[in-house]
Design a protein. Structure first.
Length: 74
């Protein structure tokens, strides 16, 4: 079974820190607090989670390209 660590080392995924660096600052400017991330190995995506005024916001990011593919809770 591949893990995010292994897939990053193999060059399949971008490092989570790189993805966070591209998404988190913009969300913080909107007043959101970063909670953390989950990895979906089936879709090779990260789900970054934020809180804003008691609402949870999810930002799904393609782990290969680093592009946002979905948002919920905004």
């Amino acid at each position: 079974m591949n893990t995010p660590y292994r897939e990053t080392r193999q060059g399949v995924l971008r490092p989570l820190s790189e993805i966070e660096a591209s998404v988190v600052p913009g969300m913080k400017r909107r007043g959101c607090t970063y909670i953390g991330a989950e990895y979906d190995p089936n879709n090779l995506q990260y789900r970054l989670k934020f809180m804003n005024d008691g609402n949870v916001i999810w930002i799904d990011v393609d782990g290969r390209s680093g592009k946002i593919v979905a948002q919920a809770g905004l």
